[in-house]
Design a protein around this ligand. Structure first.
Ligand code: UDP
Length: 240
């Protein structure tokens, strides 16, 4: 019989910034390969993994709109397209080590990827394929964190695992305050009332309303992605 892990189906959120690694921009292939290897190790155990990728390493709508005078919606569409580039890079990396992977986009780009179809995404997962959701929610004024919460709820994944460049959520900014403490558990209430910059409000409240726990952890620590997916204690756990 299959050994039982804490999670059976997870939604891994990988920010664009995390994909950039040491590179000043774009994508560090060492990072995508590390993600691919660790995801491979858990899919072999039968855990189903869906991924939402960000695009901040390439383009961020809100700041681009502010700096360039572009209207926000146009800037956000560019940001969403950036996530598709990351998704295809990650897919190609995964497939290079033999993990069957499908990309589904929130708006149609049918020569490049499948359109998002919830039931089909679930079917892929059941067959042991990794599904990467790209283009965020498909709507301007949203974030890929919100896309992660939304897709998690839609496909009945049990947790949002937010892979970042920091060890978790601190009580203060660890870059400015050396005494800042890593918080191991937090309630949604604490996240929103203390304005801890974990996720934007839309994303965190969507998780709260649907009782979706969120784990914030550092993907640069080798083994952490696999640990988080298997439900081992890493980073900060946010829940009810
Ligand atoms: N974006 C959007 N709608 C979405 C998701 C993303 O308009 O549902 C745009 C937005 O401009 C955002 C960019 O895509 O700045 C990249 O996504 P995000 O900033 O969430 O990426 P991350 O911070 O995870 O790298």
């Amino acid at each position: 019989s299959k050994p039982s892990y804490k999670w059976q189906r997870v939604l891994l959120k990988v920010s664009g910034e995390a994909l950039a690694g040491d590179h000043t921009q774009n994508i560090d292939p060492k990072i995508t390969m590390a993600i691919a290897r660790e995801v491979a190790s858990v899919t072999r155990l039968g855990i189903e993994v869906a991924i939402v990728v960000g695009g901040g390493n390439i383009f961020r709508g809100a700041s681009a709109a502010g700096n360039s005078g572009l209207d926000r919606s146009s800037a956000d569409y560019i940001g969403m397209l950036a996530t598709v580039m990351n998704a295809i890079f990650l897919q190609a990396t995964m497939e290079s080590i033999g993990i069957p992977t499908r990309v589904q986009t929130a708006f149609r780009m049918s020569e490049v990827a499948e359109p998002y179809i919830r039931r089909r995404a679930v079917r892929h997962l059941e067959k042991g394929r990794v599904v990467i959701f790209a283009a965020g929610t498909g709507n301007p004024f949203f974030t890929t964190d919100t896309a992660a919460a939304l897709r998690c709820a839609e496909i009945n994944a049990e947790v949002v695992l937010k892979a970042t460049n920091v060890d978790g959520v601190y009580d203060d900014n660890p870059r400015r305050n050396p005494n800042a403490r890593l918080l191991h558990t937090l309630t949604y209430q604490e996240v929103t009332s203390k304005d801890l910059s974990v996720m934007d409000m839309t994303a965190i409240t969507l998780c709260q309303e649907n009782n979706i726990p969120v784990v914030v952890f550092n993907l640069n620590q080798p083994g952490n992605i696999a640990k988080a997916i298997q439900g081992e204690r890493v980073g900060t756990l946010i829940g009810g």
